[in-house]
Design a protein around this ligand. Sequence first.
Ligand code: KIV
Ligand code: ZN
Length: 522
Amino acid sequence: MKEKVLIFDTTLRDGEQSPGASLNLQEKVEIARQLEKLNVDIIEAGFPASSPLQFEAVRQVGDESGKIVAALSRAVENDIKSAHDALRNARYPRIHTFISTSDIHIMGKFGHERYGKTLAEKQKTILRMAVDAVVFARTFTGDVEFSAEDAGRTDPVYLAEIIEAVIDAGATTVNIPDTTGYTWPSEFGRKIANLKQRVANIDRAVISVHCHNDLGLAVANTLSSIENGARQAECSVNGIGERAGNASLEEIVMGLKVRSDLHNYYTDVSTEEIYNTSRMVSSFTGLIIQPNKAIVGDNAFAHESGIHQDGMLKNRQTYEVMTPESVGVPQTTIVLGRHSGKHGLQARLSSLGYKVTGAELEKVYERFLSIADKKKEIYDDDLRVLMGDELNKPLEPLELDYLHVNSGTASIPTATVRIKAKGTTYEESSTGDGPVDACFKAIERALSLGSLLYSYSVRSTTAGRQALGEATVRLKDGEHLFTGRGVSTDIIEASAKAYLQALSIRQDAQGNDNTTTIDKGI
Ligand code: KIV
Ligand code: ZN
């Protein structure tokens, strides 16, 4: 008999904790819609108590989704209440509460004497807090997940004790995170087998795992745990997440599918939606996918050497263990051009996972036409970048009204910018180490700002001389990172727009908490 593995997607929660990967509300809602098309089982939409934006994102995703929507909370009443409030109208709400269980986390995060003097006393306090949290969460919903943070490094006897206690308290899913990505596949598999053996009531809950990728073993650890009894895999699209990220959804799903000859597990993921989802997440987060990334990288189905190409022409299976079609990699690339109509654009966007109607469609079509004027052929990736740019509009944008750049091998790069903001115009010029530097300095002068630049990158969205350039700028202000993106066939203009967008988002965030830093501590 085949056994189902539930796919718990944490792109919008842990994934968004990737440094610099902040998503705005609309982008989160769009991604959640796409995750629904991908047919994951559970969407973790955020951590409502951590900021008003997170709360609102969970609320909106919960309100519209037909999937189980999970909200994270620490094992404290206020967080749990906030998770419940955000999920109030969700069809299938899940409260996901967590607390640290490893010695190193306990001693570090619960060092205060009020949690106990010795490690043993602190462990007792934590067990009680975990049980109280689950009991409290159960007063709001029948679907409660408990996570033992840093379970990968937690003493197995204590882990079994706390898992048994939370199941008795009403947890319906028990999650065993390898928070620091420290474990080894066979070791992690044994951890799960050990829980199955030691925890008397384990059959009353689904065992889940949540593996981080610090040693590049997150997917291997997840698959090993499934072989040993885990039936929920927590993962993210493109493997994004804290530090080196989470286990990648596409690798787990395709690993299970392609090697179904070895085991009896399956998922309900619509694998043909993997590519669209991956591209959407990359374009909204600004986190570029490495070309050799398994399943979704640009080179995943590219065959370079003559011997490989020859083999492929004779029989694709010579060098491919799955087809590009099975993960939705498109086989035709040219889509639209200057003469394409609004409905053609709408239909194409819809097939890429973007639902655009009414006034929004008018705006997008206008932008599309202005790009089509400069660029003959518009590719899917151009449309994705365009949509990312549209949805990432700040509340009060600093607009680039005019840009003039002088640059060359025999002249000092100089830029002049004119910026419009709230009805006021600012204009300045500057020289710089190159045209982009001159442009950024002119912006800083115009707005009387010091440099907050943390990172800058530019890439072309598609091949060819007319490709759109997408610039990504990250600013660092204290603990907070702000990401801006700009798109144009001219990369200096794209860079200036990206810089202004990041500054606008920073400005918005001074009114709203719209930043990427989340304090998971208790
Ligand atoms: O990595 C981790 O331990 C987590 C938990 C909150 C599930 O993200
Ligand atoms: Zn995590």
